[in-house]
Write a protein that binds this ligand. Structure first.
Ligand code: PLP
Length: 413
């Protein structure tokens, strides 16, 4: 059955058997991949016999729709993260139905586990016990954690100045960390070269087709969790654009299966100072010299490696792109935390800031879903920027009460 899953080139449509030896379409790939978006990104195509094999609302197991058998997956509980109705935010924003998909609750704290999980399973199936990955932080910390559960060894190429918690995660999981004096883009190119020289399986986002495929599982869960309620808009953060393509593919696959008829309006949100995909989408601009500057590290990408695919995918489903400032990201991160008890990463807060920006053009009765992709504790430097740390006080309760300036009426005499 799994043999009937194949790879299909997102550019020319040629198909190939799924195997360890193919990453990009041999016809479309460029020989020099350095510093440029990838041509010939492969997508997994489900067997034709699955078309309209289900009815809307019918129960399903997402594993039936993934190209690798269940027995190869590591024993960590990846995915099945909660979809939370944000009642306080709804009141505050006068908007009736806001749902937050909190993917920070994955084992390593980010959405990336969905991709790593499938990459690890494919490696197991192909008898590979080593994986190399480049990352702004989360892809690596995720791959290292998931691989640890599968007894696989990971080599990580990561900017040396990535948030410390993400570097710590990699080491904690026992991986071989290679901090690079350069950007994420440099790490990406180096890791490809490392794979070429050593033959080690590469997990780079977009490059390894299992990354895009693994990310589609979130759409399957969201559909199930919405219990038939129609989603009008789905907001998600965008760096390389693989979360975006994965979510779009998820809904397209669900439609193919007959589980849904409608695809929500997908809105990809980037930081104003990391807007490669935004420009590619609206202006067909591919600026290979673009330099990202946002402090939201998970979406700080110079050249979005999945740009061609993501632009095509988003156009096909008539989606949109939005930009938000770092200041808007900070404010939205704080708002989410104070109103929901969820502490998400800056990248994820960007998606919510995108919703805030577009809110007035969406009827307040519609169902809106925001994908919160990572945990705020992974990068406390960012959120600390606007927090006021109170000075330390002497351990004297009278003094503390006086300092707090509490109203007389609050104090029990
Ligand atoms: C990687 C990542 C993103 C962006 O995903 P892309 O596929 O690069 O667009 C968003 N949020 C978090 C937490 C991430 O780790």
């Amino acid at each position: 059955m799994k043999d009937e899953f194949i790879y299909e080139c997102s550019l020319c449509g040629k198909t190939y058997p799924i195997s360890r030896d193919i990453m990009l379409c041999p016809e479309c790939r460029e020989s020099d991949l350095r510093g440029r978006p990838l041509k010939g990104v492969l997508k997994v195509k489900m067997p034709g016999g699955m078309e309209n094999s289900k009815n809307p609302g019918e129960a399903f197991d997402v594993h039936d729709y993934l190209p690798i058998e269940k027995k190869f997956f590591p024993g960590l509980p990846v995915g099945n993260t909660p979809l939370i109705k944000a009642h306080n935010l709804e009141k505050l924003l006068a908007f009736q139905n806001i749902y937050l998909k909190f993917d920070a609750l994955n084992p390593t704290g980010s959405f990336k586990d969905r991709a790593s999980y499938l990459v690890s399973a494919s490696a197991k199936k192909w008898h590979e016990n080593k994986i190399v990955v480049s990352s702004t932080g989360n892809a690596a910390s995720s791959m290292c954690g998931i691989a640890a559960a599968a007894a696989q060894r990971v080599f990580v190429f990561m900017p040396w100045d990535a948030p410390r918690a993400k570097l710590v995660q990699c080491l904690q999981y026992g991986a071989c960390l290679i901090p690079v004096k350069g950007t994420y883009d440099d790490a990406f190119d180096l890791s490809l070269e490392f794979s070429k020289r050593t033959g080690i399986l590469n997990r780079n986002t977009a490059y390894n087709p299992m990354t895009l495929e693994g990310k589609k599982t979130a759409s399957f869960e969201i559909l199930r969790q919405m219990k038939g309620r129609k989603i009008s808009h789905l907001f998600l953060p965008v760096g390389d654009g693989v979360v975006l393509s994965g979510i779009v593919k998820g809904f397209c696959d669900l439609k193919f299966l007959g589980l849904t008829e409608e695809i929500p309006c997908i809105v990809g949100v980037q930081a104003e100072t990391s807007s490669f995909l935004y420009s590619a989408f609206y202006e067909d601009k591919i600026d290979l010299n673009y330099k990202a500057r946002t402090a939201a590290d998970s979406i700080s990408v110079n050249v979005a490696r999945n740009a061609y695919t993501a632009v095509k995918d988003l156009r096909e489903v008539k989606g949109k792109m939005l930009l938000v400032s770092d200041n808007e990201i900070l404010d939205s991160q704080r708002l989410i935390s104070e109103a929901t008890g969820l502490f998400c990463e800056p990248s994820s807060a960007a998606a919510f800031a995108g919703f805030l920006k577009m809110k007035d053009s969406i009827p307040p009765k519609e169902n809106v879903v925001v994908l919160l992709t990572g945990h705020g504790l992974k990068d406390i430097e960012f959120s600390s920027k606007k927090l006021k740390f109170p000075g330390a006080l002497e351990p004297d309760i009278d003094l503390i009460i006086k300092k707090l300036g509490l109203k007389e009426s609050l104090i029990i005499k």
